[in-house]
Design a protein around this ligand. Structure first.
Ligand code: SF4
Ligand code: SF4
Length: 115
């Protein structure tokens, strides 16, 4: 819904990258309020999708679940299950750690630094 409302675009790490980056959570509120419909964004916020560079999220994925070709849910789940056995929590999130889109929109023209 956040994508449909124009709050961001999806990075290759499957996260919605908004003006505040992809490290956050969305919530929904059901209401009966007349509002103007929005539209999804045209410009990509992910550096790989906009310029074919970065891939930091892919490099961070140790299990091979996340590649530029796509996302393997089974491999990701298996990695999270291993964490559950060791740490007691079935989470990972290394693909969302220390990446350029964590707190901003690196793919947008105004944020790209030309060499
Ligand atoms: S880390 Fe780079 S390639 Fe991965 S989603 Fe963010 S901007 Fe895109
Ligand atoms: S959560 Fe972990 S295993 Fe899953 S895609 Fe991200 S880095 Fe890879």
């Amino acid at each position: 819904m956040a994508y449909a409302a124009g709050l961001g675009t999806f990075g290759i790490n499957n996260m919605l990258i908004s003006q505040e980056g992809c490290c956050g959570r969305y919530n929904s509120i059901v209401a009966d309020i007349p509002v103007e419909p929005g539209h999804h964004l045209e410009e990509e916020n992910c550096l790989y999708k906009s310029r074919g560079i970065c891939r930091k999220c892919v490099d961070n994925c140790f299990s091979g679940a996340l590649t530029v070709e796509g996302f393997d849910r089974e491999k990701c789940f298996a990695a999270c299950e291993k964490n559950l056995a060791v740490y007691g929590v079935d989470v990972c999130g290394k693909c969302d750690t220390n990446i350029p889109c964590a707190f901003t929109t690196p793919g947008r023209k105004e944020n790209v630094q030309e060499n």
